[in-house]
Design a protein around this ligand. Structure first.
Ligand code: ATP
Length: 250
């Protein structure tokens, strides 16, 4: 449990005058589910992009599986399943064409699991991606991130566009199964009740700084007042001073 899959050390990132990440350090253990929470613009996606090697550290360092994701993108990305916040999928392909295209990149692609997820997500394999709803696109993105059973699954706001049933029943079950199989999940979310349901470890980020990072059980225990354990939302508000409610389009 203690083996670190992701190690971020004193990572700072500026965009012009804006500091998106200020000396962020984070260690993600194998087999754990890490929930990354923070308000809009807190720095969650920027942190995830560094972990994927899409952004280069300006100062500090990022290691994934002990490798530098910028210097060794193939070594790192071939072991990560990633669902981006934008769900950037080719609208001109059919769902089954995209699955065939994607499986070509991953020797460990699991056809039976892809088929299972296609049914679980109620997706029509012959539908054009461009015609799908936001939620259906989110499901296709999630299916592709999962179907080659990556060692590390990185999900940026996975619930955006998913209806509550899919979110609760399917997403939660998938995330727990991945962790039970010894693989690791890092996901960002505005939905603190969702993070509370599935995460082992919670990292709260605000204005580019980590304000709290600990196992969920320890966070709950340290904020207990008598018999009452506050919700994660209440704890977040206490630390950051605003509600972590989802934006209107989430
Ligand atoms: P959200 O929940 O709204 O997606 P987030 O926590 O993922 O927010 P980031 O997307 O990481 O936040 O953005 C952090 C800050 O950095 C924001 O103020 C954003 O405007 C800024 N930022 C991010 N990427 C860029 C960029 N390429 N150029 C300029 N500023 C950027």
């Amino acid at each position: 449990m203690s083996e670190s899959v992701i190690t971020v050390s004193e990572l700072t990132r500026r965009f012009g005058a804006k500091t998106a990440l200020a000396s962020v350090s984070l260690s993600v253990s194998r087999g754990a589910v890490y929930g990354l929470v923070g308000e809009n613009g807190a720095g969650k996606t920027t942190l995830i992009k560094h972990i994927l090697g899409l952004l280069r550290a300006q100062s500090g360092s990022v290691r994934v599986f002990g490798l530098d994701p910028v210097a060794d993108p193939v070594g790192v990305l071939s072991r990560i399943g990633y669902l981006s916040e934008e769900r950037d999928l080719p609208g001109w392909m059919r769902v089954d064409e995209l699955l065939r295209y994607s499986r070509a990149f991953y020797p460990k692609w699991d056809d039976a699991y892809a088929e299972e997820l296609l049914h679980a997500f109620a997706l029509d394999a012959s539908a054009m991606i461009g015609d799908l709803s936001k939620g259906e696109k989110a499901r296709v993105g999630l299916l592709i991130a999962l179907a080659y059973r990556p060692e590390l699954l990185v999900l940026d706001e996975p619930s955006t566009g998913l209806d509550p049933v899919v979110r609760r029943d399917i997403l939660d079950a998938i995330v727990r199964t991945i962790a039970d199989e010894g693989r690791t999940v890092l996901f960002s979310s505005h939905l603190l009740d969702e993070v509370e349901r599935v995460a082992d470890h919670v990292t709260m980020i605000s204005h580019g700084r980590i304000v709290l990072s600990a196992p969920l059980a320890a966070i709950r225990e340290s904020h207990r007042v008598g018999d009452r354990v506050p919700t994660l939302d209440e704890i977040f508000v206490a630390h950051v001073g605003m509600s972590a409610a989802p934006p209107p389009d989430a």
